[in-house]
Design a protein around this ligand. Structure first.
Ligand code: ACO
Length: 338
């Protein structure tokens, strides 16, 4: 759990998102995979998703979302934190290049790797930078070109994952203000890391001196097993976050935003938490599972559409590879996405 030092925490000051223009429908996928629009809609809730074109990298998405968040906040940032599963290259981190392209100068910039929980891990990290006085304004971007690691022939993942970026600007402020980030509940279970993985491309495979077997550079997910853990961990961490925020329980949430992994998972978690359907934010039908970007894209779109407004008590939760998970509760501030 990460908390803010007394008297100073991070406050959301701006947000924005960017989705690549190319849209792939379920019908498009049926032309190259043994699947159907009916299966994808009924098992995942997804109808369309945005995908990068060849040559577009995570940093390209991150720069667009970051610029919008900075415009929304009307300020610059003295640190950039980028949550991503798909850095432009294994070394160096992608955040410094994003900071440079945004013209932010020689600021602190680094990546956070927590797969689909990356936005919440990044939020806790950025809050720590501000609470400790290391930074005054942090640009937190969560971006994934997830389709670049998906096996196009794997119908279990190719129908789910998609690309996008979302960003928030966090400024130093008072813990009692709307938009203030309080405790973030975080957790992991590395004993189950094999359930979600890209087997090749790291030191383990390289040090063996053996070239990766075909397909080992692709993302793999044991969907059915992951499903159960996603429900359990998002439900439990949401309860903990509500309690840490001093709420009576998750049912106090005016709005509930969960990592857009699968519409059935989201419904099960929200039902278990006693959150009414009209309080659940969702965009999975239009954007699919965009990895780390999922939560900030959902927040930016919901704020733009008016389903998330100033004063709403907001409960956020995510789950992903690691296994990793997180949750936090806050009061939504008066910010306008660009
Ligand atoms: N089209 C048609 N049939 C399919 C498809 C498809 N696209 N994909 C799988 N099937 C088949 C399977 O082969 C299987 O057939 P069988 O019964 O003959 O063996 C059947 O459908 C059922 O397969 P399941 O995998 O059990 O399907 P399930 O209902 O569990 O849905 C899914 C699969 C959507 C992947 C689901 O398990 C899921 O969403 N899991 C969790 C995802 C998640 O939360 N991930 C973590 C966050 S993401 C991250 O961190 C990167």
């Amino acid at each position: 759990m990460s908390g803010a030092a007394a008297g100073r925490t991070a406050v959301i000051a701006g947000l924005g998102c960017h989705l690549p223009p190319d849209v792939v429908t379920n019908e498009d996928l049926t032309r190259r995979l043994d699947t159907s629009d009916e299966w994808i809609r009924s098992r995942t809730g997804i109808a369309t998703r945005h995908v990068v074109d060849p040559g577009t990298a995570t940093s390209d998405l991150a720069v667009e979302a970051g610029r919008r968040a900075l415009d929304s906040a009307g300020c610059e940032a003295d640190a950039v934190v980028l949550a991503t599963t798909t850095p432009d290259q294994p070394c160096p981190a992608t955040a410094p290049a994003v900071a440079a392209r945004l013209g932010l100068g020689p600021v602190a910039a680094f990546d956070v790797s927590a797969v689909c929980s990356g936005f919440l891990y990044g939020l806790a990290t950025a809050t720590g930078l501000i609470a400790s006085g290391t930074a005054e304004r942090v640009l937190l971007i969560a971006a994934d070109a997830f389709t670049t690691i998906i096996d196009p022939a794997d119908r279990g993942t190719a129908v789910i994952f998609a690309d996008g970026a979302g960003a928030v600007v966090l400024r130093a402020g008072d813990p009692a203000e709307p938009g203030a980030i309080g405790p973030v509940v975080l957790g992991s279970d590395g004993g189950l890391s094999r359930l979600i993985e890209v087997p090749a491309g790291g030191s383990r495979q390289r040090s063996s001196g053996v070239a990766p077997a075909p397909g080992e550079e692709f993302f793999r997910m044991a969907g059915r097993e992951v499903y159960r853990h996603a429900v359990d961990r998002m439900t439990a961490s949401s309860r903990q976050a509500a309690e840490a925020a001093g709420w009576a329980g998750p049912q106090d949430a005016d709005r509930f935003a969960a990592h857009q992994a699968n519409a059935r998972i989201l419904a099960t978690v929200a039902d278990d938490l006693g959150i009414a359907p009209e309080r659940r934010l969702s965009n999975i039908e239009r954007v699919g599972n965009t990895g780390a970007a999922s939560l900030p894209v959902l927040l930016a779109q919901s704020a733009a559409e008016g389903t998330l407004t100033a004063g709403h008590r907001l409960l956020l939760t995510a789950f992903g590879g690691g296994l990793s998970w997180g949750a936090t509760a806050l009061v939504w501030p008066d910010v306008k996405p660009v």
